[in-house]
Design a protein around this ligand. Structure first.
Ligand code: ACM
Length: 532
């Protein structure tokens, strides 16, 4: 039965003539173990050697004396591997030197920091060690990628389930490695956000930035201002139904993200990008009149009323309620494209709002225009400029960085996942130009803005704006294969940066995405293997 399915798929591949890179293996051959240096993001240090480990139906997952978090990571790993392998993979806290072993602490793990891990693979066992549970989780993602791509399928598959022998010692380059999802232009529900979180986790990202409000929709319940969601969340770009997260939904996302070692950064974009809020409450408008809801895609036409006291009552309530359900340290206050706010008003508004974020125990992040106002001590600026950004605007950002404002680097013509790949891309926008897979990978976050001190870069982010995207399949077509490149810029040492080697590793991810049901863009820049 299994054999026939395999044979059928081989025939299909041959018939379709897609197997250009390498001849398909004979039907009876077990898939070769993935070499340790095929992992994305590239690990910091790889020492291949020795015999592989082979998972079998007697393999156990050991968390010797493991605490709740280590046990949870073990349970997650078992859940990933059971469907395709068909093995029971029991999780046990009993120690032993065989099977898959997940361990917190011991044997030099302090050097691995908050997120690093060491994976040692040999004929008797695969051991992942880390100082902290996040490191164990990232190590598990490496272990997962070392197994054949068919391990991602949710029905039983033929093995063999081999993990190449050797050692991987791995720590991240940056502590902030994010993806942003715009749930305002089009709304994406809890299930869709969880699906995206799972995809981010595979590439060791640790932050999910949710763009929760914009002109087209307000997507997070705020009890003290209920019309924000009942009215402001009722539509989206194109006039569809929209939607919003209840507080329970939001908490569920935060919890799910935490189980994948991602922190949620919520964004309320202001003082511009606020039509949905202005439409929900007339008193937030300088003229006291609520504008209609907006379902187009223009930007820069809305502004909170900066001189009005009511505006700050509103901001205080929103930040208080949002901060109370957000365990992470950051709260994003937007601040981009405030074209309908005078510069003086913009500065006055940001001067008032940053202390509100601090009052509720959070650190503010703002889009980089905040650098042209007065970034408060500790505030982080997110650079989203591109090659056409003026020297003056860049200078504001680099000067702020020289004065201690830390930066998240997300250049629109490099890391925006909603930019078209080329002129034929059916989805997405092109205002920052086309962003090919190479263009999105082949740059250096540390030197992208000359003059920014090394410590000034907190990390990288890949934003995904959704003016043209309304389904998970569409998100995935734009994110894959570019998202892993941004993840690699955030995780891997600069010394490993090499387009030719990267695209070979990226190509090997294609069959994994096929197995996961991710419909990625088969960019001609990447030597994809034939489909199986
Ligand atoms: C942005 O793309 N307006 C931050």
């Amino acid at each position: 039965m299994r054999r026939r399915r395999l044979l059928c798929s081989l025939l299909l591949v041959t018939a379709a003539g897609t197997a250009t890179a390498a001849a398909p293996p004979p039907a009876a051959a077990a898939p070769a173990a993935t070499p340790l240096d095929r992992v994305v993001p590239a690990p910091a240090a790889v020492h291949p050697g020795g015999d592989p480990y082979t998972l079998g139906d007697r393999t156990t997952i050991r968390v010797p004396g493991g605490g709740a978090e280590a046990r949870q990571v073990a349970g997650y790993l078992a859940g990933l591997l059971r469907p395709a392998t068909g093995f029971s993979l029991p999780v046990t806290t009993r120690s032993g030197s065989d099977g898959i072993v997940l361990k917190i602490g011991g044997k030099d793990t302090a050097k691995l920091g908050a997120e690093g891990y060491r994976l040692e693979s040999g004929p008797r066992s695969v051991t992942v060690r880390a100082a902290r549970p996040a490191g164990l989780f990232h190590g598990v993602q490496t272990l997962r990628q070392l197994l054949p791509p068919s391990v991602e399928r949710r029905t039983e598959q033929p093995g063999a389930w081999r993990i190449a022998g050797g050692t991987v010692t791995d720590t991240p380059r940056y502590g902030y490695r994010a993806a942003m999802l715009d749930v305002s232009r089009h709304f994406f529900g809890v299930r869709q956000v969880k699906r995206y979180i799972d995809q981010l986790a595979l590439y060791k990202l640790n932050t999910l930035h949710l763009h929760l409000s914009d002109d087209q929709g307000w997507r997070i319940a705020i009890d003290s201002w209920p019309k924000l969601t009942s009215h402001g969340g009722s539509t989206q770009v194109g006039g569809g139904r929209g939607g919003f997260f209840t507080k329970a939904d939001y908490r569920e996302i935060v919890k799910y993200a935490a189980s994948r070692y991602l922190t949620v950064v919520p964004e309320i974009d202001m003082p511009g990008h606020t039509n949905a809020a202005l439409s929900s409450y007339a008193e937030l408008n300088c003229d006291g009149k609520a504008p209609p809801l907006y379902t187009g895609t223009d930007v820069g036409f809305s502004s909170f009323c900066v001189p009005k006291k009511k505006t700050y009552d509103f901001v205080d309530d929103v930040v208080r309620e949002l901060a109370a359900m957000t365990p992470g340290r950051y709260l994003h206050i937007g601040g981009d494209e405030a074209h309908s706010t005078s510069h003086d008003d913009y500065v006055a508004f940001m001067d008032k709002v940053q202390p509100v974020v601090a009052k509720y125990g959070k650190t503010a992040i703002g889009w980089h225009q905040l650098a042209g106002a007065h970034p408060a001590k500790g505030t982080v600026a997110q650079y989203w400029g591109y090659d056409a950004t003026s020297a003056d605007e860049r200078k504001e950002v680099t000067e702020a960085a020289a004065h201690g404002t830390r930066l998240i680097i997300s250049p629109a013509d490099r890391s925006y996942l909603d930019m078209k790949y080329d002129k034929n891309t059916p989805l997405g926008l092109a205002w920052a130009g086309y962003v090919s897979v190479r263009r999105s990978y082949d740059w250096n976050p540390a030197t992208y803005l000359p003059g920014v001190p090394e410590k000034g870069v907190l990390g990288v982010e890949a934003p995904l704006w959704t003016e043209t995207l309304s389904t998970s399949a569409q998100l995935e077509y734009m994110a894959f294969p570019r998202l892993p490149g941004i993840a690699e810029l955030g995780w891997s040492p600069a010394s490993s940066h090499d387009w030719d080697r990267y695209r070979a590793r990226l190509a090997a991810q294609g069959p994994r995405w096929d197995a996961m049901g991710i419909g990625y863009y088969r960019s001609p820049e990447v030597p994809w293997p034939g489909r199986s």
